[in-house]
Design a protein around this ligand. Structure first.
Ligand code: FAD
Length: 413
């Protein structure tokens, strides 16, 4: 390989992981991370949890120190936006017009929050949460707020609601679907978390469309629901999902469909360009029967890290298809939710455990596809092993508290 080396667009979880894993894998040519945020690569999960609650500072979010990057010869260009790819010349054009040569280009551009498509959504105290700058604004806004409305009962909306409620604020969560986290978890897990939040004083309005954000003098004073009901608010947090940052790829003529299309090796249709993390749509054995074409786009730390390792291996000469078990966590108040595998809303649910500590085993076409564990970390670890090995499990076994799941997982390992 010539000396241009590997240029990575996006200095987030996935971009950083590719860079670090390239060095671990013995890659010696230049590695350059181009990211449009300031500072070092950092982790996002604490932004809606410990950081927002004031339990960790910004330095505690960094994935690694500046000296780690220097020691590993990972060059970082923060505050730098990539504007265009010249595939023929193998150059990345930056927003300021500078162009950088690459031998291989990695797109790790992540995702951005979906905007609330209603009048008033641009008022000053209507916020979102994706980056450190958003979290800093929100921390300040929370200190002055009394009535908070959260639009969207997804993971981020609910984590934010838990932090706001713990501060003693009045919190209402508005959700278009009929239950919380409906896209990702079973009705049982939804119901548990809705009850838990209600116990902390959070109110829910399900099945409600937001018609407008109403306000005065440039500031929101509430939101208007379809039907006219007004929910007063001095802070509105919008958490209605994300849109993959796929424009760079699309404008360069690469295949894009709710994410940058890659194959099982995370390669795009240009052999000199790969993509991974929140911005990439890839074929997954765990998506069988879940999506029409067996591809998924996953927004999780696990996915960013494991794809980073997998891609670095290929670029360092050891190609392998990506097939890691998807897993995810969400901390809401004192409860920890962990999910292994991928489930759809139609998948059957089998409950194991009760009260504040239970797991929901999700079956599709008779096979175990996912396990949601609430305050049952042991079940989560077992589930990851069962799913990784493809160990058959019957719904009756999952439901039987006397059935030894751990023995099954270890026997097959
Ligand atoms: P990102 O981390 O978004 O990084 C992409 C980077 O690319 C960004 O810095 C972006 O600004 C930059 N970029 C985009 N376009 C350009 C361009 N043209 N030029 C230069 N730079 C560009 N996951 C979990 O598993 N568990 C959790 O509890 C959890 N909590 C979360 C809480 C919050 C508040 C958020 C926002 C996410 C959370 N996630 C969680 C998801 C997880 O953080 C993401 O899946 C992960 O960060 C994805 O990594 P990525 O590198 O693909 O994208």
């Amino acid at each position: 390989m010539s000396a241009a080396g590997i240029v990575i667009v996006g200095g987030g979880q996935a971009g950083f992981q590719v860079a670090a894993s390239l060095r671990e894998a013995g890659y010696t040519d230049p590695v350059l991370l181009v990211g449009d945020e300031p500072g070092l690569p950092y982790q996002r999960p604490p932004l809606s949890k410990a950081y927002l609650a004031g339990k960790t500072d910004a330095e505690g979010l960094n994935l690694r120190s500046g000296s780690f990057l220097a020691e590993h010869r990972i060059a970082l260009r923060p505050d730098t936006r990539a504007a265009r790819i010249d595939r023929e010349a193998r150059r990345l054009i930056l927003a300021d017009g500078e162009s950088l040569a690459y031998d291989h280009l990695v797109l790790a551009t992540g995702a951005r929050n979906r905007a609330l498509p209603v009048p008033g959504a641009d008022l000053a105290n209507v916020r979102q949460l994706r980056g450190l700058a958003d979290a800093d604004h929100l921390k300040e806004a929370l200190a002055a707020a009394e009535r908070v409305v959260v639009v969207g009962a997804g993971f981020i909306g609910l984590e934010f609601a838990a932090v706001a409620a713990a501060r003693g604020l009045s919190v209402t969560v508005v959700e278009a679907a009929s239950r919380a986290m409906a896209r990702a978890v079973s009705a049982e897990t939804s119901a548990f978390f809705a009850r838990a939040h209600e116990g902390w004083g959070v109110r829910f309005v399900f099945g409600a469309g937001v018609e407008a954000v109403v306000g005065e003098s440039g500031r929101a004073t509430g939101i208007r629901l379809a039907g006219g009901r007004i929910l007063p608010a001095d802070l509105v947090l919008v958490g209605i999902g994300v849109v993959p940052n796929a424009e760079l790829a699309a404008e360069a003529g690469l295949a894009v469909a709710d994410g940058i299309r890659v194959d099982a090796f995370l390669a795009t249709d240009d052999p000199a360009i790969s993509a991974l993390g929140d911005c990439a749509r890839f074929p997954s054995p765990f998506a069988k029967g879940l999506t029409a074409d067996g591809t998924v786009r996953i927004e999780s730390v696990q996915n960013a890290i494991d794809q980073g390792r997998c891609l670095a291996g290929r670029l360092a000469g050891r190609p392998a298809a990506y097939g890691a078990v998807p897993w995810f966590w969400s901390d809401q108040g004192r409860h920890k939710l962990q999910i292994a595998g991928l489930a759809g809303p139609e998948d059957a649910s089998i409950l194991r455990g009760s009260g504040d500590a239970f797991s929901v085993f999700r079956f599709r076409d008779g096979a175990l596809r996912a396990v949601e564990s609430v305050n049952r970390a042991g079940d989560h670890m077992i589930a990851r092993r069962l799913l990784a090995a493809g160990t058959p499990l019957q719904p009756e076994q999952a439901a039987d508290p006397a059935f030894d799941l751990k023995a099954l997982a270890t026997a097959r390992a």
